[in-house]
Design a protein around this ligand. Structure first.
Ligand code: GLA
Length: 390
């Protein structure tokens, strides 16, 4: 759906006779290039915002209701600003906006009734952060349309992470909300998740393209082993802290892990975290020097570490990455996001893209019975207001 069709749809859903004007917004999904399961371990990640994402439109009403509709599903929810707001399983997608509304009210914002329509072109549950895109979109829309035109987007990201942690019960880190809020066209973001200091790096791939490969194996973050991995990391940190003063697992050395952590599984979890954090800094350096092959090699190493040490890949992600790496023109590939299904990414020579998708498609389907999807990634800006006249 393009923006014109989206505006038409808004009028179909809510009528066109109101004398209030509409406000329109776009919030991107994100792809993480390298630095997986690192944000909650206090290290470096290297994500970028995508041109795929969620459009949102808002128009004020004269009562205290916030109406929530989406073009992606028929489920509509109405929130009464004068009544308590609670998570409700049946409200499915609308729990994200509900969580934002509740948190804004709890933080002292005064909200007015409004009609909201959202429309996304991000594949659901694919690990491209559709939930962070929705949270950041709603929080930005309500504040911007409410008159706050300069919004601190780092604060916005932190706010949305809190909503996901507290209201949705997902113990995620800051990476997704940060990339969605702070993305910059044609740049990736080197983010220090401990201090939230960040630096934009031009995302220039020369003769290569970044291909997103959706395994179409759905992953549910809340139900997955995500929280278990987090607590394994906390256990390792606890053990190390009996001997050393460290702020996060990313600061620990391999030697100390070998010396103090006796359990093999915990040792491997820590090995992934420490090695992945180092790979990020090296990868950013290589990309800045134009060494795309070196960068791509680190992507592949990252996948191997996520597969063997962190164990968050699974049959579908491993298969699609293996199929990709066998193809001519593919110089590196890895899973992206939380894992356990969802998307992988590959760097592929642009002039071989077509043959690449055809053959990976065939082999992956043969091996898993699932049909994959492919998107050539375009890196875009973070959440923003867009023109919305008419
Ligand atoms: C999910 C979480 C992020 C991050 C990644 C793994 O996307 O929301 O905070 O932990 O998984 O890197």
């Amino acid at each position: 759906m393009n923006i014109l069709q989206f505006k038409d749809r808004f009028h179909k859903e809510y009528g066109s006779s109101s004398n209030q004007s509409k406000h329109c917004f776009f919030s991107p999904g994100r792809v993480n290039l390298i630095g997986e399961h690192i944000d909650y371990n206090g290290g470096y990640v290297f994500p970028a915002a995508l041109s795929l994402g969620i459009y949102g439109a808002l128009r004020f009403r004269s009562d205290n209701l916030i109406q929530l509709k989406s073009t992606n599903t028929s489920l509509e929810v109405s929130v009464d600003l004068k009544k308590p707001i609670a998570f409700n399983e049946e409200d499915r997608w609308a729990n994200y906006p509900k969580g934002v509304i509740k948190q804004l009210l709890d933080d002292g914002y005064s909200l007015k009734g409004c009609d909201i329509l959202v429309s996304g072109n991000l594949p659901d549950g694919a690990g491209l952060s559709s939930s962070a895109a929705l949270l950041v979109l709603i929080a930005f829309m309500l504040r911007y349309a409410g008159g706050e035109t300069t919004i601190d987007k780092v604060e916005l990201a932190k706010f949305c992470q809190q909503v996901e942690n507290r209201f949705m019960g997902v113990n995620c880190g800051i990476m997704d909300q940060f990339s969605v809020a702070m993305g910059k066209q044609d740049h990736a973001i080197l983010l220090d998740c401990d201090t939230l200091q960040y630096k934009y790096t031009p995302f220039v791939l020369g003769e290569y393209s970044l291909v997103i490969m959706n395994t179409n194996k759905k992953r549910e973050l809340a139900d997955s082993k995500y929280n278990q991995r987090r607590s394994e990391c906390e256990t390792v940190l606890g053990i190390i802290r009996e001997h050393r003063q460290v702020v996060s697992l990313c600061q620990v050395s391999f030697e100390d892990v070998e010396k103090y952590v006796k359990d093999d599984v915990l040792q491997r979890r820590a090995r992934h975290v420490i090695s992945e954090n180092r790979r990020v800094l090296l990868a950013v350096e290589l990309l800045s020097q134009g060494d795309i092959i070196g960068f791509a090699n680190l992507m592949t190493q990252s996948h191997i570490s996520l597969k063997n040490d962190y164990e968050v890949t699974g049959l579908e992600l491993d298969t699609i990455v293996e199929c990709a790496l066998k193809r001519a023109g593919c110089i590196g590939a890895r899973m992206t996001g939380a894992g356990f299904g969802g998307c992988a990414i590959a760097l592929v020579a642009t002039d071989q893209l077509e043959a690449f998708t055809v053959t990976v498609n065939q082999e992956y389907e043969q091996k898993t019975g699932l049909k994959p999807d492919f998107y050539v990634a375009r890196i875009s800006d973070g959440v923003k207001a867009i023109a919305c006249s008419g």
